[in-house]
Design a protein around this ligand. Structure first.
Ligand code: NAD
Length: 339
């Protein structure tokens, strides 16, 4: 705080007019009994001169500094403060970026992934990033190893998460999933089964586990399933019939659970991304540059999406801003499925 008459010692060269001398309202005295230096020399300002007294202006005469706003204003209903979310497949790719969006919006998050080491590294990276930012205090971010295709593994990981998050989870984002390409008649049956187990059963097991928890708490909640535009269209030219069918199943699971759990205040929606540039798709496109040209030519916006394009969609569906939205599919595909 400034006081009305603060005495400070300073030494100014005569050829430099102190800025305060030009302030017409400034009530202060500047006196000097010693000759002023006539030229600037190294160290001129680094010495004190007790003969110089400066009386500072009254507090009301000093303009206050403008507050800095870090965030742009938005509806508070989009905030996830006080909520806890689980993100499956959150160690990398789309799941990791959606985790960032939830943390940025104030949620505590449990990252669940088959690759426990990568999940732990992702959680640490996110935590450190927020811890380093004084304006954005770190949320609680935990990591957990789980195979979502195993009902036992899912049940165990929910217990672990609840124990670490004060027995309270409100949001689930199911991003664990994968895609493989084989001509339909050559698709290895064991791969077909694995794909179904992860993409469909995994989504089923995690959603029902959350529903059990929310019903027991008598609390509302939100499930955001990650489907794909492939659940509505057939991608060309790559052959991936089982993946397309699995994502159609995810979309319809969302609608079915939405109806079944609506009386309990549990909303269930599906985000269906189009072609997104993740590390995975980047690698595919490096091997097949012709595919990128083909895909881009089919997208009205003329380019693939980036994972950050899903951030707003997931926060919206997870938040109270979407309170009356359930059983919906939100396509984030640059217009692909509109054609
Ligand atoms: N990338 C795209 O263009 C795109 C487009 C539409 C939909 N999707 C869907 O988005 C989701 C994420 O895709 P991505 O591109 O980020 O993939 P990704 O391979 O980068 O990430 C998937 C994550 O899921 C985890 N995972 C896989 N099997 C698991 C299991 N059994 N249990 C727990 N975790 C498991 C992986 O370890 C990985 O961390 C998938 O469901 C995918 O089908 C992706």
């Amino acid at each position: 705080m400034f006081r009305s008459a603060i005495r400070r010692s300073l030494r100014r060269p005569a050829i430099v007019q102190p800025p305060l001398l030009k302030t017409k309202t400034a009530a202060r005295t500047v006196t000097s009994s010693t000759p002023r230096p006539t030229e600037l020399k190294p160290g001129t300002f680094a010495r004190t001169d007790p003969s110089i007294e400066v009386q500072y202006p009254e507090e009301h005469e000093i303009p206050s500094s403008k507050p800095v706003r870090r965030f742009k204003r938005t509806l508070s209903s989009f905030s996830l403060e006080g909520k806890t979310a689980i993100v499956t497949g959150g160690a990398r790719g789309l799941g990791y970026v959606m985790t960032q969006a939830l943390v940025e919006s104030g949620a505590d998050v449990a990252i669940v992934d088959l690759n426990g080491e990568e999940a732990a590294a992702a959680a640490k990276r996110l935590y450190d990033h927020h811890e380093a930012d004084p304006e954005s205090p770190a949320a609680k971010i935990t990591s957990h190893t789980c195979d979502v295709s195993s009902v036992e593994s899912v049940s165990a990981v929910f217990k672990e998460i609840l124990a670490q998050h004060s027995n309270k989870v409100d949001i689930l984002v199911t991003s664990a999933g994968f895609c493989e390409n084989f001509p339909a008649e050559d698709y290895p049956p064991e791969r077909l089964q694995k794909l179904w187990e992860v993409n469909v059963n995994g989504t089923y097991f995690c959603s029902t586990e959350l529903a059990k928890h929310l019903k027991a708490r008598g609390a509302p909640g939100s499930v955001v399933m990650i489907g794909s535009m492939s659940g509505a269209i057939v991608n060309v030219p790559q052959p991936q019939a089982p993946y397309n069918a699995s994502k159609a199943a995810v979309r319809h699971l969302a609608s079915s659970f939405a109806v079944e759990w609506a009386p309990h205040g549990i909303r269930v929606n599906c985000i269906s991304p189009g072609y997104m540039l993740t590390d995975l798709t980047k690698k595919i496109l490096e091997d097949r540059p012709d595919l990128k040209t083909k895909w881009n030519s089919l997208i009205p916006q003329g380019k693939m999406g980036v994972p950050a394009d899903l951030m707003g969609a997931v926060v919206f569906l997870a938040s109270d801003a979407a309170q009356y939205v359930t059983g919906a599919e939100l396509r984030v595909d640059g217009g692909y499925t509109a054609t």
